[in-house]
Design a protein around this ligand. Structure first.
Ligand code: ZN
Length: 136
């Protein structure tokens, strides 16, 4: 499998607009997109930093994955996403190495990327995501 770069870091926040202000006013980044991912019960905001992005995640439902995360742990880093050359084979190879997967096959994430998550139980407690951009 080939990881090419850190695609994004996912950060759980309790208020998207408040958080966007911090990234823009303090860090001088520019939010280039806000998107709701209904299936994940989140609204996301994106910032480009070099080759990588920051993905802010605000829950739209307390029962959703980000809602539960913020309730339990508060705001903070939620997941680390690697860009991969071939998502399907990366997931397969990871599983063959004995890693527990959340997604056994690719699904659609924000920005039209194909994504798949590895279970943090198998990754030293870091929720990891693989992303493949088939649109570029
Ligand atoms: Zn992500």
């Amino acid at each position: 499998m080939e990881l090419t770069h850190i695609e994004h870091i996912g950060i759980a926040v309790s208020n998207l607009e408040d958080s966007i202000r911090f990234y823009e006013d303090v860090l001088g980044l520019k939010c280039y997109g806000i998107e709701e991912v209904k299936e994940q019960k989140v609204r996301t905001a994106f910032f480009q930093v070099g080759q990588s992005k920051i993905e802010l995640l605000e829950s739209t439902d307390p029962e959703g994955p980000i809602g539960k995360f913020v309730e339990k742990k508060g705001e903070g880093i939620h997941h680390l996403a690697f860009a991969v050359k071939n998502l399907e084979s990366a997931l397969k190879e990871t599983e063959e190495k004995g890693v527990q997967l959340i997604d056994h096959t690719p699904r659609k994430g924000a920005e039209g990327l194909d994504i798949g998550f590895l279970h943090p139980k198998s990754t030293h407690s870091v929720l990891m995501e693989f992303c493949e951009n088939k649109n570029k």
